[in-house]
Design a protein around this ligand. Structure first.
Ligand code: NAD
Length: 470
């Protein structure tokens, strides 16, 4: 068992004032660590410390801030394997994915380390003076992270926020705090001053809500369910607090008959079963053009049955278990045996396992077609033509991502423009590149993370007019 504790709530715990929560491995169902859980008082202390640190951090020269972020990136890189192994134990992510996730934190830190020296305002022509705009940091930023991608989503929040000169309080999900706590320690090891990045593990209803109500937290960056996101948005409205929301999804994977069907079928399992389907970008609705349905589904069955759901520590693993027993029960409630077209395999025994499962929908009204399941379940329907595909893809309250498979470039462009989603890919499953913007439309979110504009989202634009009149 790892005796992991968040440094900022450690004192309180040693005095006997704080609670402790066991962290459970979804692979073994055993306890892997014990983590201190912050109270409202701990959260206030962390925010106060972050506010004090902000006064100095904002004054650090752009060059020095860039150097510190690059050093943080290098330290994260040096600990890639350690972080990845920790994520495998805590979250059941496959080791290949977990290495990518730790590498992604390094990448976003490196990328946004380029920002402090380039963040420049404008000079706007005026009569009788000089008018300039400047970007100023907001202050303390609260980043609230879900359990499905603990490392990358933390990094997407803290890297641009720190680059802009803000300080950050970071709340990991209750189930998956370990890598966030380690990243907080690595930030100190890299030389970031105390209070610049503070990890505050604890409950959403305690720590998360306090980020929303605390007057010194000037922005909340939330990633999680649409239900909690709405609540956070309402809470932030009370103080006109800035908020970014990255929420749920029910994305479409649209396969046209003219596509490279073998390539599309080989890619489709990864598009939905990666991370055991616990992915906001999961392409969990498969739309297949009727004229190619039988051929495509034959190919898909082969690739689903070959998809390797196994011990995530194995290099060959493509999918591990679900995060918890509760999650598995929720996902299972969507699976009606009559609707199952075919399944892959999963280990038996300890662990929250569930095989990759493909369901035939009867109509767009089926519950498994409409709701975000957040597990390894794919729903399938046929469509007739382009207009039909766009209409069916848009018949959802969500709009995060999606894929279009076709050899006709014009069609790829038309459909990508027609589908209401923040991130679409043609002949690919990819949604996330740290240098391009990421985010949802409709009830999938508000605002964008990543890409060149993310730093400005952590700044106020101040306008200053200098009169030259004598
Ligand atoms: P969740 O909404 O239950 O929790 C997310 C985070 O919010 C956790 O840290 C939780 O402790 C905290 N929280 C809970 N209640 C809170 C409250 N009242 N005030 C403040 N914070 C609170 O979501 P989850 O179950 O951890 O994650 C799954 C959801 O996240 C899915 O819907 C998924 O689609 C979504 N998600 C979206 C993205 C994206 O980028 N769009 C990425 C990953 C996950």
């Amino acid at each position: 068992m790892l005796p992991i504790r968040a440094p900022q709530v450690q004192d309180r715990r040693e005095k006997g004032g704080g609670n402790v929560r066991d962290v459970i491995s979804p692979v073994t169902e055993g306890v892997v660590a014990s983590v201190a859980v912050a109270s409202v008082e701990d959260t206030d202390a962390a925010v106060d410390r972050a506010h004090r640190a902000f006064q100095d951090w904002r004054a650090v020269s752009p060059g020095d801030r860039a150097r510190l972020l690059r050093r943080f990136a290098a330290v994260v890189d040096d600990h890639n394997e350690e972080l990845a192994q920790l994520e495998v134990r805590n979250s059941g992510h496959t080791i290949g994915n977990a290495r990518w996730e730790a590498g992604n934190v390094r990448d976003v830190l490196d990328y946004y380390a380029g920002a402090p020296e380039r963040l420049s305002g404008r000079q706007i022509p005026v009569a009788g003076g000089l008018d300039v705009t400047c970007y100023e940091p907001l202050g303390v930023v609260g980043v609230i992270v879900p359990w499905n991608f603990p490392m990358p989503i933390a990094g997407w929040g803290f890297a641009p926020a720190l680059a802009a000169g803000n300080t950050v309080v970071l709340k990991p999900a209750e189930l998956t705090p370990l890598t966030a706590i380690r990243l907080g320690e690595l930030a100190l090891e890299a030389g970031l001053p105390e209070g610049v990045l503070t990890v505050v593990p604890g409950k959403g209803s305690v720590v998360g809500e306090r980020f929303v109500t605390h007057p010194l937290v000037r922005k909340v960056c939330f990633t999680g369910s649409t239900e909690v996101g709405k609540r956070i948005m309402a809470g932030c409205a009370d103080q006109v607090k800035r908020v970014t929301l990255e929420l749920g999804g029910k994305s479409a994977n649209i396969v046209f008959a003219d596509a490279d069907l073998a390539r599309a079928a080989a890619a489709a399992p990864g598009a939905v079963f990666d991370n055991a389907g616990q992915d906001c970008c999961a392409r969990s609705r498969l739309l297949v053009q009727a004229s190619a349905y039988d051929e495509f589904m034959g190919l898909l069955e082969q690739s689903v049955k070959a998809f390797r759901c196994e011990d995530p520590a194995l290099e060959s693993a493509q999918m591990g278990p679900l995060i918890s027993a509760g999650r598995r029960a929720s996902v299972a409630s969507y699976v009606d045996d009559d609707a199952v077209l075919f399944r892959g395999t999963a280990p038996e025994g300890a662990g929250y396992w569930m095989p990759p499962t493909v369901l035939g929908a009867r109509s767009t009204q089926d519950r498994h077609w409409r709701e975000e399941i957040f597990g390894p379940v794919l729903s399938v329907l046929r469509f007739d033509d382009e207009a039909d595909a766009i209409r069916m893809a848009n018949d959802t309250e969500y709009g995060l991502s999606g894929s279009i498979w076709t050899r006709d470039l014009g069609r790829g462009i038309r459909v990508a423009r027609g589908v209401e989603a923040g991130n679409l890919s043609v002949n690919s499953n990819s949604s996330v590149r740290y240098w391009t913007p990421f985010g949802g439309v409709k009830q999938s979110g508000l605002g964008r993370e990543l890409g060149p504009d993310a730093v400005a989202a952590f700044c106020e634009v101040k306008n200053i007019y200098f009169s030259t009149e004598a």
